[in-house]
Ligand binder design. Structure first.
Ligand code: LMR
Length: 288
């Protein structure tokens, strides 16, 4: 892939980015991971049309173990690690476990793409810009079991913020098609493009890291996959699970105490169960 990297370097230069001072293309872990403040782990075995993400687990466990070990060896202990490559939650857990001297809090995985998808679906339905839709929640896995939840979401319509259900005025859509559209969006993009999402994923990475670095706006929460210590919403410990999160001073906190309906509870647990299965399979591959 090194010749391909030459093209990536050219594109980065051609962006004339105001904060970019140096590019070091390399396939050497001791060069790539040394003294990092932020690591965005994008590379994983890619998913092809018709493939379930679980099929990828085995190959990816090896990749993320090696990258976790490289972080442990070369990166700053304060490094913030964002895992994007799928299956992102479990890859992130494996990387975190392979870097035991870096706090688990420093690891997160990308569900901001799903979060943005949910905002946009609601925005289109209400005829407002996506920026008028706040506080959707993506619970759980970045997979088709994720639960996009709008029970705490508000939508700005004609200068007033309304609860999402009042703004959309179609409970059946919000409880069915909206959820499946967001859950299946990654697969739908692959089907249409014959390639995984790129532009929307890059935008979501920017959104995620901006908030990790600069904090979330007052009153807002966002979705990110973070380490579950078993203390929030009945989600088991030792998973990377997407929760509603606020970030301040480069430190995230799960937004606890939100009212959860029976409808939501079962969906929150179903995606947790998938993550438990993925984790146990991944750990079995590691032990083999
Ligand atoms: C997406 O959500 O667009 C991607 O994560 C899908 C995939 O598996 O590459």
């Amino acid at each position: 892939m090194l010749p391909v990297l030459v093209g990536v370097v050219m594109e980065l230069q051609d962006c004339a980015l105001p904060l970019l001072t140096e590019i070091i293309p390399t396939d050497q872990e001791d060069v790539a991971f040394r003294d990092l403040d932020v690591a965005i782990l994008v590379g994983s075995m890619p998913r092809k049309e018709g493939m379930e993400r679980k099929d990828l687990l085995k190959a990816n466990v090896r990749i993320f173990k090696s990258q976790g070990e490289a972080l442990e060896k070369y990166a700053k202990k304060s490094v913030k690690v964002l895992v994007v490559g799928n299956p992102a939650n479990t890859n992130c857990l494996i990387a975190a476990k392979s870097a035991p001297s870096i706090p688990k809090k420093n690891f997160s995985c990308l569900t901001r793409l799903d979060h943005n998808r949910a905002r946009s679906q609601v925005a289109v339905r209400c005829g407002v810009p996506a920026t008028h839709v706040r506080n959707v929640i993506i619970w759980g896995n970045h997979s088709s079991t994720q639960y996009p939840d709008v029970h705490h979401c508000v939508v700005g319509v004609a200068g007033t913020e309304l609860p999402c259900f009042n703004a959309v005025k179609d409970d059946a859509w919000l409880k069915e098609d909206f959820i499946t559209t967001v859950q299946q969006r990654g697969a739908a993009v692959i089907k249409a493009r014959k390639l995984s999402s790129a532009m929307s994923a890059a935008k979501a990475i920017c959104d995620h890291l901006r908030d990790v670095w600069n904090g979330t706006p007052e009153g807002d929460f966002i979705s990110m996959g973070v380490y579950s210590s078993g203390n929030s919403y009945g989600v088991p410990e030792d998973l990377i699970y997407s929760f509603p999160v606020r970030v301040k001073d480069k430190d995230w906190k799960i937004v606890d105490g939100l009212a959860i309906s029976e409808f939501s509870r079962s969906k929150i647990m179903a995606t947790a169960e998938e993550l438990v299965e993925e984790r146990d399979e991944a750990l079995a591959f590691l032990a083999a």
